[in-house]
Design a protein around this ligand. Structure first.
Ligand SMILES: [Zn+2]
Length: 531
């Protein structure tokens, strides 16, 4: 009788069940190649077993023939071998082993694991999660908790959105007012801008909100992520989404007025002045200070939603108008392309590869800037840009987990396809990333509700070849992870499908505790507890 496969998400590319079992005991030793210390530590911490320099029944070894991030896992009656050509591959091998052990028969520290053989590798090299702590701040422990679960799903890029109109959240020794002024806003809860302001539950309120990460906390998180094979990509959004910076340093603006850190959703009209050299000098010093904290390749420079500011550049600011005339530009968009290309020059000098949101990209945007697609553009635009540059794809709303489950249900995430999104040239797609903007996600608990279980579907889209994907099979495997999430007290959503709420005085858009879905989920959980 052949044994059932263990439930693994993301689904491995090739997984065969073999005859026999292997028994792991407290005496089982781990023999790990010196290149794969992270993998060795991760599994020995989980098994609480010993590491052994000379012998071991669990061997983690180097095999140069395997591709990047791939692993080969073999469980036989006499032991386990994991081979990989790089650190990430070895790490993912032990993550899979851990998930199998969690589902095996265990008693008194002894686990009996079914023999198996797995060949596995990721579809995309960039498998990203974005957390927005500019709008709401969750703190060191929450970020570490999120990173732990990313590792379990073989996600490898943590895009950390730490500054926006509603706050600047990185300690700055070069520009201390970024903390004294830009890290602080009048109200904790944001109001709904424009048409949204009529929706009950979207009014600003609460106490003063003052948060930022100390450099030593950021270093601690970077180190923590490194041990989980996760790169951190910081985002300093430029030139838009910067009114918190302007509140601290109004000289960087076009109109030099008094600005306040924004307490609403949406975007402000005031952005950095692109017509004066003082702005570029500030940006260079700031990026130099921030880049030092993040020893990774990619750096996100935002570039999105600056369109209201373009009007000020075009109509009100003499410095911007003079710059446009000097360079022969006809509109603010062309000036923005020039601005972001200069930011790209700064980041290149710092050894970074820039990432920019797609709406900031124009005809003359540098080809070495990685595009980050989120906003619907015409198929012809996507096709042309797709052939020109590398892309990260986060199509809204399929990969926007700040949208309600009614708009972005679990199955919609699972069925997401970059090619159907218009990116026919998949070679230029580095990968995918989900977003979780936090205007309406005001606590980490609400963040978990927004992200889990959609993150499981996302991880499988990012990792597993299309030909091996199957929603029914995925949904069956998810059962194990629901038990797992309960055991770790993760506040996952019991709502997976499209339910529109006709609840008065509650917004369906709000995923925090003022939202209808969140409240309904609390009821479902209470019922579960009752049994
Ligand atoms: Zn200006």
């Amino acid at each position: 009788m052949s044994k059932a496969k263990y439930s693994i998400i993301p689904r491995p590319q090739k997984y065969n069940v073999l005859d026999g079992t292997y028994t792991i005991t407290p005496e089982t030793a781990i023999l790990c190649s010196p290149d794969f210390i992270k993998a060795g530590k991760y599994i020995s911490n989980f098994l609480k077993t010993k590491k052994d320099a000379n012998n071991g029944q669990i061997k983690i070894a180097k095999d140069e023939s395997l591709r990047a991030e791939a692993y080969h896992l073999k469980i036989k009656p006499d032991g386990v071998t994991i081979s990989a050509s790089d650190e990430n591959g070895a790490f993912y091998g032990v993550v899979t082993l851990k998930i199998m052990i969690m589902q095996s028969k265990t008693s008194n520290g002894v686990a009996v694991v079914n023999c198996s053989e797995i060949y596995d590798y990721p579809k995309f090299s960039y498998r990203g999660e974005m957390m927005d702590e500019a709008r709401h701040f969750y703190g060191v422990d929450a970020v570490k908790r999120a990173l732990d679960e990313m590792a379990m799903l073989k996600l490898n890029k943590f895009h950390w959105h730490l500054c926006d109109d509603q706050g600047y959240r990185i300690e700055s020794e070069v520009f201390p007012l970024l903390n004294e002024i830009a890290s602080k806003r009048k109200y904790e809860l944001l109001g709904g801008a424009e048409i949204l302001s009529k929706i009950p539950g979207l009014q600003k309120g609460g106490n003063e909100y003052f948060h930022y990460y100390k450099k030593e906390e950021i270093r601690e998180i970077v180190e923590y992520a490194k041990n989980l094979c996760i790169d951190i990509i910081p985002e300093i959004d430029l030139p838009g989404h910067t009114v918190a910076m302007l509140a601290a340093y109004p000289n960087l603006s076009c109109m030099k007025e008094n600005y306040e850190v924004f307490c609403e959703n949406g975007i402000t009209k005031d952005i950095l002045c692109a017509g004066q050299e003082e702005t570029y000098e500030f940006v260079e010093k700031l990026l130099t200070e921030v880049a030092e904290l993040f020893p990774y390749k990619y750096f996100h420079m935002g570039g999105d939603e600056a369109i209201k500011g373009h009007k000020i550049w075009e109509n009100d600011c003499s410095a911007c108008q003079a710059k446009m005339k000097e360079l022969g530009f006809e509109n603010g968009k062309e000036l923005q392309v020039y601005f972001n290309n200069r930011v790209n020059d700064i980041l290149k000098k710092l050894g970074k590869t820039s990432v920019e949101w797609n709406d900031g990209i124009g005809n003359n945007t540098d080809k070495d800037i990685v595009g980050h697609y989120w906003l619907f553009r015409s198929p012809s635009w996507i096709k042309a840009e797709n052939n020109k540059r590398k892309f990260i794809v986060s199509t809204c709303p399929s990969l926007y987990f700040d949208y309600s489950y009614a708009i972005c249900p679990l199955k919609k995430v699972y069925n997401f396809d970059v090619v159907k999104s218009g990116f026919i040239n998949e070679k230029n797609v580095l990968g995918i990333e989900f977003e979780s903007w936090s205007e309406w996600i005001d606590t980490y608990d609400a963040w978990e509700f927004a992200v889990y279980p959609r993150i499981f579907a996302f991880a499988e889209v990012a990792w597993t070849e299309d030909k091996f994907k199957n929603y029914k099979d995925f949904y069956k495997r998810l059962n194990f992870f629901k038990v797992y999430m309960k055991s770790k007290n993760i506040n996952y959503s019991r709502i997976e499908k499209k339910i529109w709420f006709k609840v008065k005085n509650k917004s369906v858009f709000h995923l925090g505790n003022r939202g209808a879905e969140y409240k309904y989920n609390e009821c479902l959980k209470a019922k579960e507890l009752k049994g």
